[in-house]
Design a protein around this ligand. Structure first.
Ligand code: GDP
Ligand code: MG
Length: 146
């Protein structure tokens, strides 16, 4: 079963949106298999966003992610990587479709509430980086109805 790494960024934690965001993925039918509140250090932030290290906003991005705790999660389910990205909406909230998390709660690209892995390779890399690859395996009785 596919797994992805999702993270409520510092703006989402500060604004009290952890519960709202967890709730959306629970109601969708995905299964939460790991989660923790983390005060990110620069080295973790730089590793996580390594692919963006050449971008002009990289320093600002690392400053932001390390500015206040984030809530990291591992979610499991069929096509969860692509579906979670769709539920998040486009990177820039002004281009995100109505009803998506970024359209509903964010205005600026720098503070867009949530991160989600963009490919199976990055999901595995990020679950390794943030959780040492660890996640629970358990059954939910409701799963046969989803
Ligand atoms: P994502 O996968 O949709 O989160 O987008 P990317 O992987 O391309 O970028 C990672 C994060 O960098 C985004 O979620 C934004 O918060 C941030 N970011 C992207 N573009 C910009 C930009 O032009 N300016 C700033 N300040 N941040 C940006
Ligand atoms: Mg990305």
């Amino acid at each position: 079963m596919e797994r992805t790494f999702l993270m409520v960024k510092p703006d989402g934690v500060q604004r009290g949106l952890i519960g709202e965001i967890v709730s959306r993925f629970e109601k969708k039918g995905f299964k939460l298999v790991n989660a923790k509140l983390i005060q990110v250090d620069r080295s973790l932030a730089e590793s996580h966003y390594a692919e963006l290290s050449d971008k002009p906003f990289f320093g600002e991005l690392v400053d932001f992610i390390t500015s206040s705790p984030v809530f990291g999660m591992v979610w499991e389910g069929e096509n969860v990587i692509t579906t979670a990205r769709a539920m998040m909406g486009a990177t820039n909230p002004s281009a995100a479709a109505p009803g998506t998390i970024r359209n509903d709660y964010a205005i600026s690209v720098g503070m867009n509430i949530i991160h989600g892995s963009d490919s199976p390779e990055n999901a595995e890399r990020e679950i390794g980086l943030w959780f040492g690859g660890e996640a629970l395996s358990y059954d939910k009785a409701i799963n046969k109805w989803i």
